[in-house]
Design a binder for this molecule. Structure first.
Ligand code: NAP
Length: 256
């Protein structure tokens, strides 16, 4: 009988090239490290935080994987093409994690069109542009793993985060539709929808608000970037070939 687990379980991504957008900080940083620990070489995209991206690259190189920090504003079509061109110098990308994103808390009636457009550009247009630039190479290779970072608010809707929720719900529909379109070509498309995760994005919460949020969460704590990275690592692995169009939500039980 053939081996039902043909991929190395210690370094299942050995030698694969991954692109992680917004990998200089927070969840993206943790995803880049997790993929590298599993053997992947990682393109570390960032917009402003060059020193932080270089520091992530140094951590990855210390693990014995390759790391390539690449500056690009993923809202901008030309910069996305340059990002993917740069990545192609290092290999064919087999994994794309659309992680870069922004959040804004506001009542709908106080949300300006400018803020709405900014959220759509960062959270919805950017994954569209990155996916469109990488997908042809995955289709030619007959293999790919695309993972989109959504949010629990994309599933459940967040009060005072209507625009953010709309973009994060939109990326879930994008994920499910594209998964069907490319399933026969060996490319899977999935989403991870985290709950409240300790990163700069939660920086606007004061200690009392953080405590309240942790108490409201059934596991009794806020999430860590690694909690999200574990889910991404699973979806990125060759063994996850039967998972597509799915949403995994590391949220400590906050929504079920
Ligand atoms: P974060 O700490 O604020 O980090 C955001 C990252 O995205 C940074 O690396 C930033 O780069 C990059 N970025 C933002 N806009 C970009 C652009 N236009 N082009 C390139 N890079 C850009 O955020 P996070 O908490 O890690 O969030 C990561 C993802 O998880 C987002 O999609 C977010 O919506 C989602 N999420 C977060 C939470 C949470 O509670 N934290 C919960 C659910 C979902 P620079 O460092 O160069 O600025």
């Amino acid at each position: 009988m053939s081996d039902p687990f043909p991929h190395s379980t210690t370094r299942p991504l050995f030698g694969q090239l991954a692109i992680v957008t917004g990998a200089s900080r927070g969840i993206g940083r943790s995803i880049a490290l997790a993929l590298a620990r599993a053997g992947a070489h990682v393109v570390i995209n960032y917009r402003h935080s060059r020193d932080a991206a270089e520091a992530v690259a140094a951590e990855i190189r210390a693990m014995g994987s390759r790391a390539y920090p690449v500056q690009a504003d993923v809202r901008e079509p030309k910069q996305v093409l340059q990002l993917v061109e740069s990545a192609l110098h290092f290999g064919i990308p087999r994994i794309l994690v659309n992680n870069a994103g922004i959040a804004r808390a506001n009542l709908l009636l106080d949300t300006t069109l400018e803020e709405w457009n900014e959220l759509v550009a960062s959270n919805l247009t950017a994954p569209f542009l990155c996916t469109k630039a990488v997908l042809p190479h995955m289709l030619s290779a007959g293999y790919g793993r695309i993972i989109n970072i959504s949010s629990i608010w994309g599933i459940a809707g967040g009060s005072c985060e209507v625009a953010y929720s709309a973009t994060k719900g939109g990326i879930l529909a994008f994920t499910k539709a594209l998964a069907k379109e490319v399933a026969a070509s060996g490319v899977t498309v999935n989403a991870v929808a985290p709950g409240a995760i300790e990163t700069d994005m939660l920086g606007h919460l004061n200690p009392d608000e953080r405590r309240a949020l942790a108490e409201e969460t059934p596991v009794g704590r806020l999430g860590r970037p690694e909690d999200v990275a574990h889910a991404v690592l699973f979806l990125a692995s060759p063994s996850a070939s039967y998972m597509t169009g799915q949403v995994i939500s590391p949220n400590g039980g906050l929504i079920t």
